[in-house]
Design a protein around this ligand. Structure first.
Ligand code: FMN
Ligand code: SF4
Ligand code: FES
Length: 546
């Protein structure tokens, strides 16, 4: 396929869709799938066939629309009608309504702040196109950025554009993407690799899974552009095996892209070659850490190694390797298409663009959201999230998963950007955001995350292996009201030690949930100590007698 043929195909596909009177989009991403959306799609397809309107009405499966809590979601385009909590039995009424008014009992508002306050770049096609049809991605301009990079830009131009954009890695650390690409591009080697990190092990996080399920070609296009920019010809998509739908759609997408000559040899009629393969992760959180991930792809046990050298210089099989997160790569095509300056115009001075969050916990609207950097936590929790359910009050919001922290009510007006969240004692992380209400015990929350870090520690270094277990033990004593003043002092020392002496990010950031709850909710730790006092006093008296 040449760029001209790509454009012709896009026009032909758009014309085909424009000729349809109705397009009914049924969300078939994981949450809606689990609540029966395939049955809705099957029923709608059968009804459309029976009514003889297949030529005017397309039924398609699409990716996540975001408000998963109200699923299964269905939309009717171009009329712009949205339905929620749909069942297969609603299919006849839904089709009858095409010629009249929408079905009121399942109609969802489209002017809700949940939708209007978002800014969708990464998720722009999620819920709009069929992720299993490459032609639908091409119709919305897919692979045009790759064509532009290959035909109009040198690899150095692509890296410059990325640098101008100010994009920072969405996998957690927020490292400048342009700088990372430049390092790999500069490295001298006859073989380089691009790896897409889709391990996503944080509890409660499902951003990357959703992007892969909803728009897999966007990630493949980002990978191909990255490979061109850094001089790589081989790529791996590392996805956890617990994501079967994402893996299925990626497999289909890779096959279709190869068939259309958008991956593989002589891409778009140029000498550029890029082959992509999927590698399945077995569900260890630490395998998301880049050096552990590389070891896992190499067939070794997935445990981190010291850096430097960084993978950009010594990576997979000792070769320069670019590792980027799914969301980072999903940002590449729009940046190349619209220019780095366009992207840099969104967000704050140091945090550009948007961020996808999985909003969960005690909040009315749970689901997937994409917001501009610089938005306040309050806007996310109360406007987009709809606040905490009736009868309860807001207590804290946790960002960054097991590596992050809890932010209290009085700091809700803080800006969501890398620097601000770090100043607050949390981190941006990969995008988990959990809302807690007044019934939550912050010591319990800290213990929950510490249990996760302890269980997921690979055990290679002592500060993390022993430190997480000791901290978990102390937190358990606090939860069971058995802790002493000495425990509190020891907990603080262990946080410091584990943070500074651990080998990788897992151990280094494992104390964060404790440190942030000690910072903002210390009274809960002290209250636990107070409730232990009678026993303490009793124990001291016993000691004095003996
Ligand atoms: C314990 C641990 C787990 C991680 N898990 C992930 C993950 O699931 N996905 C991811 O993209 N990055 C993860 N990272 C960060 C990666 O090491 C790496 O920084 C990232 O993939 C780089 O991509 P980016 O620059 O696009 O963010 C993890 C880091 C640590 C320390
Ligand atoms: S910090 Fe923890 S997870 Fe990382 S290498 Fe050490 S033991 Fe393994
Ligand atoms: S999975 Fe359907 S709206 Fe999220």
């Amino acid at each position: 396929m040449t760029p001209e043929e790509l454009s012709e195909l896009a026009v032909a596909e758009r014309q085909r869709l424009d000729r349809l009177a109705h397009q009914i989009n049924v969300c078939t991403a994981t949450a809606c799938h689990a609540s029966g959306s395939e049955a809705i799609k099957t029923r709608l397809t059968a009804e459309v066939r029976e009514r003889g309107i297949s030529g005017q009405c397309l039924i398609r499966g699409v990716g996540c629309r975001g408000l998963c809590t109200n699923g299964p979601m269905v939309s009717v385009e171009p009329q712009g009608v949205l339905y929620q909590h749909v069942t297969a039995d609603d299919a006849p009424a839904l089709l009858d309504s095409l010629a009249s008014e929408p079905v009121s009992h399942i109609q969802a508002p489209t002017d809700d702040p949940f939708y209007t306050r978002q800014h969708r770049i990464v998720l722009e096609h999620a819920g709009e196109i069929d992720p299993e049809q490459i032609t639908e991605y091409i119709a919305v301009g897919g692979y045009q950025a790759l064509a532009k990079a290959l035909y109009e830009m040198s690899p150095a131009d692509v890296v410059d554009e990325l640098t101008t954009s100010g994009l920072r890695g969405r996998g957690g650390a927020g490292f400048p993407t342009g700088l990372k690409w430049r390092t790999v591009a500069k490295a001298l080697s006859d073989r380089k690799f691009v790896i897409c990190n889709g391990d996503e092990g944080d509890p409660g996080a499902f951003m990357d899974r959703s992007v892969l399920e909803s728009d897999p070609h966007r990630v493949l296009e980002g990978m191909a552009i990255a490979a061109y920019a850094v001089g790589a010809h081989e790529g791996f998509l590392y996805v956890r095996a617990e994501y079967p739908l994402a893996i299925k759609r990626l497999t289909t997408a890779i096959r279709q892209a190869r068939q259309r000559n958008l991956l593989g040899d002589a891409i778009l009629g140029t000498p550029f070659t890029f082959h992509v393969e999927i590698r399945l992760g077995a569900g260890a959180f630490v395998c998301g850490e880049e050096t552990a991930l590389i070891a896992s792809i190499e067939g070794e046990r997935g445990s981190p190694r010291p850096r430097p050298p960084y993978p950009a210089e010594v990576g997979l099989w000792g070769r320069p390797t670019l590792i980027n997160n799914v969301e980072t790569l999903a940002n590449i095509a729009p940046i190349i298409k619209n220019g780095g300056a366009w992207f840099a115009g969104i967000g704050t001075e140091k945090s550009k663009g948007t961020k996808v969050f999985a909003l969960t916990g005690q909040v009315k609207n749970t689901g997937l959201i994409e917001v501009p950097m610089g938005i306040s936590l309050r806007e996310i929790v109360f406007d987009i999230g709809g606040g905490v359910p009736e009868g309860r009050s807001f207590k804290a919001v946790q960002t960054g998963g097991p590596s992050g922290g809890c932010i209290p009510d009085e700091l809700l007006d803080s800006s969501v950007d890398y620097e601000s969240l770090t100043r607050l004692g949390s981190i941006m992380g990969s995008g988990g955001m959990i809302v807690m209400d007044n019934t939550s015990s912050m010591v319990e929350v800290a213990r929950y995350f510490m249990e996760f870090s302890m269980t997921e520690s690979c055990g290679k270094c002592i500060p993390c292996r022993v430190g997480t277990a000791e901290m978990h033990g102390i937190l358990t004593r606090f939860c069971e009201k058995r802790a002493t003043e000495r425990d509190l002092a020891l907990l603080e020392q262990l946080c410091d030690l584990t943070r500074h002496a651990s080998l990788c990010g897992l151990g280094q950031s494992a104390p964060n949930p404790i440190l942030s709850t000690l910072r903002y909710f210390k009274q809960e730790y002290l209250a636990a100590l107070e409730s232990n006092q009678p026993e303490e006093v009793g124990a001291a008296a016993e000691e004095g007698r003996s």
